[in-house]
Design a protein around this ligand. Sequence first.
Ligand SMILES: Nc1nc2c(ncn2[C@@H]2O[C@H](COP(=O)(O)OP(=O)(O)O)[C@@H](O)[C@H]2O)c(=O)[nH]1
Ligand SMILES: [Mg+2]
Length: 387
Amino acid sequence: MEIIKYEGHDLDELILRAKKEYGKDVKIISYEVSKGGLFGKKKYSLFVQVATPEEGFVDLLTKEERNEEIDRFLGKIENMIDKKIEPLKKVLEEGKCADLSVPAHNAIPTELDFAEQFKEFTGDALDLIKLLIKKDVDPKIAKTLVKESCGFDIDANKFDLNTSFFKEALIKAIEKKIKFKGPLRLQKGAFKVIAFVGPTGVGKTTNLFKIASELVINQKLRIAVISIDTFKVGAIQQARSFSNILNIPFYAITDSKNLKKTLQNLNGLDVVLIDTVGRSHYDYWRLGEMKEILGGGSDFMDISLVISCNYKNSEAIEIVNRYRTFFPINDIFFTKIDETYKPGILLNLPIKADIPVSFISTGQKVPEDIRILNPERMANYILGEHS
Ligand SMILES: Nc1nc2c(ncn2[C@@H]2O[C@H](COP(=O)(O)OP(=O)(O)O)[C@@H](O)[C@H]2O)c(=O)[nH]1
Ligand SMILES: [Mg+2]
């Protein structure tokens, strides 16, 4: 860390210079004013703190922010270790030899397999199935979905699409097989609590504040945010800063008694959004602790499970299954659709888990990068036609 001093007669100009040289977020520590003689102009000294290259950005963080960075990093490592040791755990649990080779992830069938596996289909139906599988849709799910939009072609003795438009066929199938939560219909005075749960780094906090912005700015509702921190290391700085920007009350709590009390105090508001700080979904102890706290909540609480679209399908279903043993999951909230070209998870997960879907996050920008999921939007993402 290095302290740089700027001197001049115009403080604004000094600040501009510092920002120009070290970026608009440069940390300004202090300034001093001195007078240059009896008729002299005021002279300013401005002190700014900059990171030396070896220190990188970490040194510009506060202690709490640094803790949060470390926790995020630890969470990632834990997830990696969990994945690696999972096959070994199976050996111990089942007492038999697990397959330690890397599983072929949704392997695309060869032409021969394909012809055999989908022999009851022909024409456009076959082409749509192929396209869905390329997008990482589970072959069985691709088959079920396409069949929804097929009629029986008597000449070919096979099923074919009853429309020549893939998008139309897919929307129809999605409408039949997936439930959509639709827009948040929250009323003034109807005290509603929504909790966001899910693995570390999927985008819970960022997306909670996208929802919060919509509720405060467009729907003019009175809301508060509660962060449940089961780490007890203060990994809440990001949520606190967002709350300050939106000027909404923010509470950080660590036990169920406090949640109950805080919710009782807030029940004159329209909506309370609960952010959770979780670690690995294999961490039963933490999940149990969170269940305990949320259990101290209310019957009018919806629990939204946040899942990143760049998870592998097998990983995502595993996460849903772990979480649903602890919480009743009302809906799946997808994030990071911008980080994948194969968004089959959008169809696979809600169908396999039989859970409705709510929102989709399309990028990092708060508040604009979020959309309500509906059948047409989902079909567009799968077919790569979204704008
Ligand atoms: N590319 C992309 N990044 C996202 C999206 N949603 C959140 N993020 C980023 O993912 C990172 C983790 O988000 P955060 O809200 O802190 O995750 P949390 O640990 O689940 O609360 C942040 O850098 C976010 O800006 C998204 O839809 N797309
Ligand atoms: Mg968070």
